[in-house]
Each structure stands twice: as structure tokens, then as C-alpha cells.
Design a protein around this ligand. Sequence first.
Ligand SMILES: [Zn+2]
Length: 192
Amino acid sequence: MIEITNKIYAFPGRKFDCYSYLILEEIPFLVDPGTGMFFSELANELSRAGHPPHKIGAVVNTHCHYDHAGADHFFQCPVYAKEPDLTAICHGNEYTLAEHFNAEFKPVKAEPIPEEFYGRKVIATPGHTQGSISLYKNKVLVSGDTLFPEGVGRTDLPGGNEQALQQSLKLLKSLDFNVLLSGHGIFNKNLL
Ligand SMILES: [Zn+2]
């Protein structure tokens, strides 16, 4: 567990898992719980942070890929995503890429994420997947698999679109951020 601010905690993923982020607002919510293959480890870390899984108020998926959304079904709280990734999460279709991980996606009843989520701006950043989103507030950007500290998201997977990704990257790079919390790594200008 890495404390980013007193309201944001990062949980680096194990093996194929993405990074998960616990964000404390009016409710504690979790961005991208990972594959679920290491759910008990994540659950222990969340408990140590004072927010065990049953006390998480919402799960937000930056996109539908299995390494980000596979663990959604472990949570009883509402799950949010953006269409068409939302449909993939609700049905467990091929866009989740679960087969690439030799796994089966356990669908959950997800809901459309509003344009603002507990004070964070929800930005549509299609390209890596069509329904990819980023979250932005107070110079902190949560970018899913759109933008990484070193590199950008793949567009060669089902639902990927290179032109859309370039547009999304342009948009993200126009934002003023010091902390980048990506799906597979962190960049923190405050620590330089
Ligand atoms: Zn992905």
C-alpha cells in the first residue's frame, strides 16, 4: 500500500493485476479492484487501511478489462463504468479479455458513471477501449490504461482505436496534474 495523499491510497497489482486505488470522499470508493486472483491479499490491505471490502461504498472501473474489473463481483456496493464497457461488465463478453487471462469474467450489475463522481471529473478517454474513463481532481489524474508514467495504452485489442487514443491523450496532457495514477504504475511529481 502506498499513501498518495491522506485521501488516496494505491495498491500495486500482483502478477496480472492492475493498480487499485482507494479514494476517500463522502464514501470510500475503489478504482479498479483487479482480476480477483489475489482478492484476499487486496482485502487484507484494504482492511489495514481501515476500509475492508464490505465497507467500500462504490467500485469504479476505468474500463472493462479483466485485469481491472475481474474482481468487481467480490463487492456488494454499486459498480460504475461507462458504455460500452459497462455492457461488457454486465454480460462478461469478449471485450473483458478474460480469455486472454485463461479466466472467466463474473458479470456484475454495473451502473453508468455520472459526469462527476464525488467531486472528481469523469473524463471520457476512449482509445484503449471505447468506454475508457479517467478521473481528475486537485492535480491528481487517474488514467486507467490510457496514459502510463512511461507510455500509453494499447489499441490493438478488441474495442481499441488509435485515433481515439491520440485524441484522449491530447486531452489528458492538457490537464494540470502532479500525480498520475495509472492502471499499471504511478508518477508523482510532488516527490521529485
Ligand atoms: Zn486494459
